[in-house]
Design a protein around this ligand. Structure first.
Ligand code: PXG
Length: 292
């Protein structure tokens, strides 16, 4: 059965869901996006994702032509139309159709697109055995260019890093910032555990303030870890006891090797394994009901 896509207040079957070739989202990557998950009939961290979407839009001076409440209802309606209980929701707001110049004032109406589909999960093997990662030459954007806090349609910076990881035969890349400190991965935040301390780069170091990151920090504190945002070098990664990544799609996923160095024992660490499990439990229990 074909899924139905929300575009500007209307629903279209997947094959007919189209935007103009003059849309500045396509012509210039002028727009923002969000990725949200639904588990077990509930949208997880719904307000956090909607708030970040509106913040991303505001940062690029794009006014979303509907209220947050209307936006949430449009998301729920898209899930209901497609009879989804467990889903990945991709929300895209572009500057809208304009002319062939980059001036956003020529775009009269933003395009609002909501795609909800079944989620393709990462192989279970990744969660059991952990990921091997490398640091790559492509550096994270500076806050003065496209600020990494904005989930913009300009992901080429991250895609270049992803290509470097692909070519090296590993599933994710660790990106450093302009000063050579650890920033984040291409679509996930990075954490290390040293002793009883959980460390992760701050957003000023070039990391997106991930929503999964926030949940992992909360859960880590609950299991007795001291949680700190800190400047991290590659050395800190290499000598860590444990490491993991967080993201809406990946959830909490263990890292067992970085640049050829085994992390800890080279298998997912005990705190990490606990966090993988606790995150899943929390995601299955909490959230905004879709069908009530
Ligand atoms: N860093 C970057 C650069 C991201 O794009 C994260 C960290 C993790 O943030 P959240 O809030 O998700 O914990 C992201 C999020 C996809 C996909 O389809 C990408 C993200 C989220 C969901 C899906 O590739 N990126």
């Amino acid at each position: 059965m074909s899924i139905e896509i929300y575009i500007n207040g209307e629903f279209f079957p997947k094959e007919e869901a189209k935007v103009s070739v003059f849309d500045h989202g396509l012509l210039y990557g002028d727009g923002v996006f969000e990725g949200t998950r639904a588990y077990n009939g509930r949208v997880f961290k719904f307000d956090e994702h909607i708030d970040r979407l509106y913040d991303s839009a505001k940062a690029i001076n794009l006014t979303i032509p509907m209220s947050k409440e209307e936006m949430k209802e449009a998301h729920l309606e898209t899930l209901r139309r497609n009879k989804l209980t467990d889903a990945y929701i991709r929300t895209v707001i572009t500057r809208g159709p304009g002319d062939l110049g980059l001036d956003p004032r020529k775009c009269s109406r933003p395009s609002v697109i909501i795609i909800a589909d079944r989620i393709t999960l990462y192989p279970q093997e990744f969660y059991e055995n952990g990921l091997r990662l490398i640091t790559v030459p492509t550096r994270r954007n500076m806050a003065e260019t496209v600020n990494p806090m904005i989930k913009s349609l300009n992901y080429l910076n991250n895609i270049l890093a992803k290509i470097e990881a692909n070519l090296a035969g590993v599933p994710e890349a660790i990106m450093l910032n302009q000063e050579g400190y650890v920033a984040e991965c291409t679509g996930d935040n990075i954490f290390i555990i040293k002793g009883k301390t959980l460390l992760t780069p701050a957003s000023v170091h070039g990391a997106l303030k991930g929503i999964t990151r926030g949940v992992a920090m909360e859960l880590a504190a609950r299991i007795g870890l001291e949680v700190r945002e800190e400047l991290l070098t590659r050395y800190d990664l290499y000598v860590a006891d444990e490491s993991f990544l967080t993201g809406t799609a990946a959830e909490v996923i263990p890292v067992v090797e970085i640049d050829g160095r085994k992390i800890g024992t080279g298998t997912p660490g005990p705190y990490t394994r606990q966090l993988v499990k606790l995150y899943r439990e929390k995601a299955m229990e909490e959230g905004t009901p879709i069908y009530e």
